[in-house]
Design a protein around this ligand. Structure first.
Ligand SMILES: Cc1cc2nc3c(=O)[nH]c(=O)nc-3n(C[C@H](O)[C@H](O)[C@H](O)COP(=O)(O)O)c2cc1C
Length: 193
């Protein structure tokens, strides 16, 4: 399964891509699905990640445990210095500068329907940079959960999603450190804009 940084199931990573026309890199949380020996990504239409993958044919999965990166990249752009070029990718690919590990993939379109673009990923390079032990943290999981719901909430304004965001937010406040609570505050601001 790949070159080793992803696990069986859905991997909630930060996907980095770039617009080949401008070279501008982009980051967004994405769920890479590893099942039955295949690595897939299901992209909802309209994201920058979808556009970049269509145009460039590559994506990099980044492992980071920084909750703010999940929130900021879900709702906007990261600064330029958040990205580093991967030197030997064969094509100009970008990773997160501060990731703990990354894996680069070329992409092949498997289906393109009204709802989604599904691409299959083929690993081409990977590196473990400064992987640290992480004890399980319910607040980090809560940020991921709240951010998933929030990316949908800002589009639909579905009150059921707001309930789920509040529930995840309670866990973040109860179990989180300063960085988790700060990320939650930013997320709640984005939801209220
Ligand atoms: C943990 C997590 C996983 C996500 N997984 C996906 C996914 O697999 N496919 C997708 O299209 N959007 C997914 N999203 C939503 C995108 O991150 C969101 O639409 C984001 O705004 C896209 O940013 P972009 O326009 O810079 O690509 C996910 C969000 C989170 C928080």
């Amino acid at each position: 399964m790949g070159l080793g940084i992803l696990a069986d199931g859905i991997n909630e990573i930060i996907a980095t891509t770039a617009d080949p026309a401008t070279g501008k890199p982009n980051a967004a949380p994405m769920g890479i699905i590893c099942r039955n020996g295949r690595i897939m990504l299901r992209l909802f239409h309209g994201t920058q990640t979808e556009r970049n993958i269509r145009e460039s044919g590559w994506v990099v999965a980044n492992l980071t445990y920084d909750p703010m990166v999940y929130v900021r990249s879900a709702f906007g752009d990261l600064p330029e210095d958040a990205f580093s070029e991967i030197p030997d990718g064969g094509m100009p690919m970008h990773r997160l500068t501060d990731c703990e590990a990354w894996e680069a993939f070329t992409t092949t379109i498997v289906s393109d329907t009204r709802e989604t673009l599904v691409v299959e990923l083929t690993p081409v390079a990977s590196a473990i940079l400064n992987l640290r032990p992480h004890s399980h943290n319910r607040a980090f999981a809560g940020i991921i959960e709240a951010t998933v719901h929030a990316t949908r909430y800002v589009v639909t304004r579905d009150p059921e999603l707001w309930v789920l965001i509040e529930q995840a937010g309670e866990v973040v406040r109860k179990c989180g450190g300063k960085e988790h609570v700060e990320a939650l505050e930013i997320l709640l601001e984005r939801c209220q804009e």
